[in-house]
Design a binder for this molecule. Structure first.
Ligand code: ADP
Ligand code: F6P
Length: 326
């Protein structure tokens, strides 16, 4: 640990529920370790524009139950340019900040790596934070459990009206290029259909199964689509025109990113931040805190930010059962 004990935190890219719990732990644990915590407002934009403030206990009082992030987030085009990163580094050095925690996704970690390489002395640690659960090298990203629970509550409500009206409902989840949210939500909501980019599907096979089930008395269907497929409305029409059942679609959208963080996300936020700060005390200069096989560890930024994530094979196997008469 160097003589300089000023440590900063920022949120970058899509916000997630659990970021505020992470901020609370950051302030409390860094003070307990004899460091001075700083908040960077507005992600990398704030780092460039010198929106960097000392934080204390008062700043994190009562925020643990709030979704989003108290210190705001951004996507910064400017941070991709070396001249702006130079400005950001100068701002940090002027405040003697030599440690930086970044809550974000793989894009944010690429930026973090560059800042570390170009700064000659600033140590960085990433905390995987995205509802998409699409970061390589970690099984879990902060915010995923809350997003899944928000989706679960929405679908439980949709089921009430779907069954009352004898309709098919097509529900689109977020996830960018990844089908994780759709797949886990489909399985845990007892849905009849799940279309994600990672698993091939055959609409004819679904049609045969659904029409047979309707003859046997099934009155409604719940179907999930991942946003990556861009086919939600098409599938809604397919239910009406091919399967022969009235249908509606619903794009859950940004509500999946908000809401009261679950107990699991609050706890994971505490663990991620604790490990990030402990990593600095162990002399780590640039790493991402990852969660695998029930435990926390550290990975090189390159092994996380520049690799493609994969949904675990057991989940994909369950996903492959959809649309097949097994
Ligand atoms: P996420 O972190 O969720 O993947 P983005 O891909 O939008 O989200 O990245 C968030 C921010 O990280 C970008 O707006 C940019 O400021 C920074 N960033 C992303 N890629 C790079 C890069 N190659 N070099 C420098 N900064 C980057
Ligand atoms: O990465 C998180 C995420 O919510 C994705 O699931 C989604 O595709 C994207 O961000 C939406 O971005 P924005 O908030 O800019 O519309």
């Amino acid at each position: 640990m160097s003589e300089l004990k000023n440590i900063a935190i920022l949120c970058s890219g899509g916000d997630v529920s659990g970021m505020n719990a992470a901020l609370k732990r950051f302030v409390e644990y860094s003070i307990a370790k004899g460091m001075t915590p700083y908040f960077v407002e507005n992600g990398y934009e704030g780092l460039i524009d010198n929106q960097i403030y000392k934080a204390d206990y008062n700043d994190v009082a009562g925020i643990i139950l709030r979704g989003g992030t108290k210190i705001h987030t951004s996507r910064s085009m400017r941070f991709k340019e070396a001249s702006y990163r130079k400005q950001a580094i100068a701002n940090m050095k002027a405040l003697n900040i030599s440690y930086l925690l970044v809550l974000g996704g793989d894009g944010s970690f690429k930026g973090m790596q560059k800042l570390c390489d170009e700064s000659e002395g600033i140590a960085v640690a990433g905390i995987p934070s995205t509802i998409d659960n699409d970061i390589a090298g970690t099984e879990y990203c902060l915010g995923v459990d809350t997003a899944l629970n928000i989706i679960k509550s929405a679908v439980d409500s949709i089921r009430d009206t779907a069954s009352s009206f004898r309709r098919a409902f097509v529900i689109e989840t977020m996830g960018r290029n990844c089908g994780y949210l759709a797949l886990v939500s489909a399985l845990t909501s007892g849905a009849e259909m799940c279309l994600i980019p990672e698993v091939s599907y055959d609409l004819e096979s679904y049609k045969k199964i659904f029409q047979k089930q309707m003859q046997e008395g099934r009155g409604y269907f719940i179907a999930f689509t991942a946003e990556a497929l861009h086919n939600t409305q098409e599938i809604q029409k397919w239910f009406e025109e091919e399967v022969g059942i009235e249908s509606r679609y619903m794009v859950l959208g940004h509500m999946q990113r908000g809401g009261n963080p679950t107990v699991y996300d609050r706890l994971m936020a505490f663990h991620f931040v604790t490990h990030a700060i402990d990593g600095f005390f162990e002399g780590r200069k640039s790493s991402v805190v990852c969660y695998n096989f029930g435990g926390f560890g550290y990975k090189n930024i390159e092994d996380v930010a520049f690799k493609t994530s994969r949904i675990c094979p057991d989940l994909l196997k369950l996903g492959a059962e959809y649309g097949r008469d097994i």
